[in-house]
Design a protein around this ligand. Structure first.
Ligand code: ADP
Length: 168
């Protein structure tokens, strides 16, 4: 398939309206976007990989985009290897507040070091999402708070059915 494709990697543990905002913006800039859900056994995820993928796929339907505009896949190993496999140098990340900047800057430069062709593109979400993170959502839920405005509806279902000790 022709056209520019960007890879948007993340834990999506779970997907929030912040991720969705970035994906919607990316869909306007790139021909295709691959949302790559990380399968990293060293990271202690709250939701198992199949659930994170399922939530993301279901949430994406809310965006009502043409079929195949955004696809969801899992990946493991080095991102630069995954990008090579997918035949695209474009790595997409979201940037919220200054605290993201240091880590994201370091990762972008390290990925460039590992593969000079890789270009990291940062998108900023709407100001209403800059304080939003998967971790905070899980924390609020575990304390009995309301997250209806922060995550897609299918995520709400998963959050409510997740065993309490698993959150965050
Ligand atoms: P990771 O563990 O790789 O950071 P996340 O799912 O937490 O995975 O985040 C994936 C990407 O989405 C990161 O670039 C992160 O900055 C971005 N992101 C997460 N939440 C938001 C948000 N509310 N607004 C904008 N970008 C976000």
């Amino acid at each position: 398939m022709a056209g520019k494709m960007a890879v948007y990697p993340g834990s999506f543990d779970p997907v929030t309206y912040g991720h969705m905002d970035i994906l919607r913006r990316a869909s306007l800039l790139f021909d295709r976007v691959l949302a790559a859900v990380s399968d990293n056994p060293q990271k202690n995820h709250t939701f198992p990989l199949p659930a994170r993928i399922e939530m993301l796929e279901e949430s994406l339907r809310e965006l009502r985009l043409p079929k195949n505009k955004i696809r969801v896949e899992s990946f493991s190993g080095l991102l630069v290897d995954y990008l090579k496999e997918k035949k695209t140098p474009i790595l997409l990340r979201g940037l919220r507040v200054f605290s993201d900047f240091e880590y994201e800057f370091q990762m972008a430069l390290m990925n460039r070091h590992l593969d000079p062709q890789v270009e990291t593109v940062f998108l900023m979400p709407d100001a209403s999402h800059i304080h939003l993170s998967s971790t905070l959502v899980k924390e609020i839920v575990s304390l009995g708070g309301e997250v209806r405005d922060l995550v897609p509806r299918c995520v709400l279902r998963h959050l409510k059915s997740a065993p309490a000790p698993n959150i965050p």
